[in-house]
Design a protein around this ligand. Structure first.
Ligand SMILES: Cc1cc2nc3c(=O)[nH]c(=O)nc-3n(C[C@H](O)[C@H](O)[C@H](O)COP(=O)(O)OP(=O)(O)OC[C@H]3O[C@@H](n4cnc5c(N)ncnc54)[C@H](O)[C@@H]3O)c2cc1C
Length: 380
């Protein structure tokens, strides 16, 4: 008999999990509260771990068709001097597709494997005995019910999973800008100055992805529309990017979420609902993909769902906590250091960031081979 799953939230985590379960023979219904499936169009870093997950579900080609292959992620000071360099290799990849391409690719594969996606379908609770209750009063019983409803998850509350929500001190602004000849082709450059950051990402042949961050109380830097004078004065080296800053952009507070537990009985929490983190390492969605792949594989080998869910958290929680902690630490070093301490921070970063221990810790999630993916080792 086919096992059944009801998943709330057709974001990247819900879609990947739904697709993988359906690929393995489950009957899956995915509920999205919005009337349309849509994704804001900036870029997203997809590391080796995430790319392998996409390969398994058959979404890789479509997701990455327009993506730039990144050769190096670099942190620089406001004058362009390197503070940290993180090169990639063919077996330790980083690609930068537009989010919309990744989203479309996952929707296509979900459809291919028969996931029933229902829009305008809002879940209000999940229960340990495997019931998802909907806003319209209907109930769906399944072997597995999943909250994939994002950072501000309402559903995780129904299994008392929320442990800690930290609204942090930073906010970020995302946008796509027109690409110019001369923009770096395969290098991500993250300029730091005091508590502000300007992050340049080559994305497609026609567009670059820009991410700006600053403390929320830095009103001029963290408000929209973006103050071009401020950013070009803070980062003169990037003035030609600032000139092209687009009006259409998105503002997010950079939030951390930790759960007391990831499951109760037949109910589970995944993705940002389980472990939202500031986007400093570009690994939150990649981590959700690793966890979705692991969950599907553990369920393959274990018929008792509550036991499988407990094993899943035991096996995956350590890596998620690690990635989240490093993301937090990174944000702390960036957002808590005042401008006058830039030289001290620069010296510190230059001396530690090249060490093997630092690189291994920073990249642990990015280099993880998800369960069910090819097992050849990621060489560094
Ligand atoms: C600025 C920024 C940059 C980032 N860059 C990267 C990056 O480069 N690489 C990376 O790996 N990660 C990155 N991340 C993190 C990544 O975007 C998230 O981890 C990922 O999108 C989370 O997906 P999700 O599906 O868990 O949640 P969401 O994307 O929030 O999706 C949740 C979905 O659930 C729906 N929903 C909510 N409530 C209900 C309900 N009650 N019933 C039904 N549906 C519901 C919502 O409408 C939504 O569609 C970044 C994050 C930010 C803020």
């Amino acid at each position: 008999m086919r096992r059944t799953a009801e998943i709330a939230g057709a974001g990247l985590s819900g879609l990947l999990l739904a697709t993988r379960l359906a690929q393995l023979g489950w009957t899956v219904r995915l509920h999205e509260r919005n009337a349309d499936l849509r994704m804001f169009g900036a870029g997203i870093w997809i590391w080796e771990s995430g790319l392998r997950a996409l390969e398994v579900v058959g979404a890789y080609d479509r997701a990455t068709a327009r993506a730039r292959t990144i050769a190096e992620w670099r942190i620089a000071d406001r004058n362009g001097r390197t503070l940290m360099s993180r090169p990639t290799t063919p077996s330790d990849r980083l690609l930068l597709p537009p989010r919309a391409d990744l989203y479309e690719a996952l929707i296509t594969q979900a459809g291919y494997f028969g996931v029933d996606i229902q829009t305008s379908s809002t879940a209000v609770s999940i229960t340990p005995d495997g019931v998802m209750q909907m806003l319209d009063g209907t109930e769906h019983k399944a072997d597995l019910v999943v909250a994939a409803d994002g950072t501000y998850s309402r559903l995780r509350e129904s299994i008392l999973a929320t442990g800690w929500v930290d609204y942090g001190v930073e906010a970020g602004i995302r946008m796509l800008i027109d690409r110019n000849d001369g923009d770096p082709e395969d290098t991500i450059i993250e300029y730091w100055h005091g508590r502000r950051r300007l992050l340049y990402n080559p994305c497609t042949d026609g567009q670059d992805y820009i991410f700006l961050s600053a403390p929320v109380d830095d009103e001029r830097a963290s408000t929209m529309p973006v103050d071009r004078d401020l950013w070009s004065t803070a980062f003169p080296i990037a003035a030609n990017l600032v000139e092209r800053f687009a009006e259409a952009s998105r503002w997010d507070r950079l939030v951390n979420v930790r759960c007391r537990h990831w499951s109760k009985g037949h109910a589970a929490v995944i993705g940002d609902a389980a472990h939202a983190m500031p986007p400093n390492l570009g690994q939150a969605a990649n981590t959700a993909f690793i966890n979705a792949m692991a969950l599907a594989m553990i369920l393959e080998g274990e018929s008792d769902i509550p036991t499988a869910l407990l094993r899943w958290e035991k096996e995956c929680r350590g890596l998620s906590d690690h990635v989240q902690w490093w993301s937090y630490l990174y944000g702390f070093v960036l957002a808590k250091v005042p401008e006058r301490l830039d030289p001290v921070r620069a010296r510190m970063l230059r001396s530690v960031s090249g060490t093997r221990a630092f690189q291994n810790a920073l990249n642990k999630g990015a280099r993880t081979v998800p369960a069910g993916a090819r097992l050849d080792p990621v060489r560094t």
